[in-house]
Design a protein around this ligand. Structure first.
Ligand code: SF4
Length: 178
């Protein structure tokens, strides 16, 4: 059974079809690795963090029997702060969901995880992400939904084309349709 990771949680908040395609190994040239790109920006922009904070890999067995895992680029264990860096020039709810997933996994493992900070170097902004205890169940619902979607026999329907312009699967979904 597939392990649910942060990239899948992120994509779930963008497009369920993209989630299915990605999870089932259908990749397009230039498909972006969201986490990896963020890491590159982080290394260029905040080199001091590599020394101060620790990269952390974490896994957890979930109540539904699924496994979840995440690789957190910068974790300030002393203060319980997850740091994430995004190259995007716009804040997205998928980024927030990804960081909530990190906080969830850390807490599932008994690690103090207070909140997250998403840095957007391009727009020089930082967004704080909290995960109140009552929202832990929301993250569990995302994980259950991701599990269900990636196991579907066929890929979910497309989004409206207006939402697809920057997607690496654009040709796959829309060639011949425009
Ligand atoms: S092109 Fe649109 S419908 Fe297709 S995977 Fe990307 S966002 Fe989803």
């Amino acid at each position: 059974m597939k392990t649910i990771n942060a990239t899948l949680i992120n994509i779930y908040h963008i497009c369920h079809r993209e989630l299915w395609l990605h999870a089932n190994g259908i990749t397009m040239e230039h498909t972006s690795d969201i986490v990896y790109e963020g890491k590159l920006i982080g290394e260029d922009t905040y080199p001091q963090r590599a020394e101060k904070n620790q990269e952390l890999e974490i896994t957890a067995e979930l109540d539904n029997g699924m496994m979840a895992s995440a690789k957190i680029d910068f974790f300030d264990a002393k203060n319980g702060i997850v740091h994430e860096t995004k190259k995007s020039a716009a804040k997205e709810k998928a980024h927030v969901a990804q960081v909530k997933f990190y906080l969830y996994l850390l807490r599932k493992n008994g690690v103090k995880a207070e909140y997250g900070l998403i840095d957007y170097p391009k727009i020089r902004q930082t967004e704080r992400v909290d995960l109140p205890e009552e929202e832990m169940v929301e993250v569990e619902k995302w994980i259950a939904a991701v599990t269900e979607i990636i196991q579907l026999e066929s890929c979910p329907p497309t989004l409206p084309i207006s939402k697809c312009k920057s997607c690496s699967y654009f040709d796959f979904c829309w060639v011949g349709e425009e």
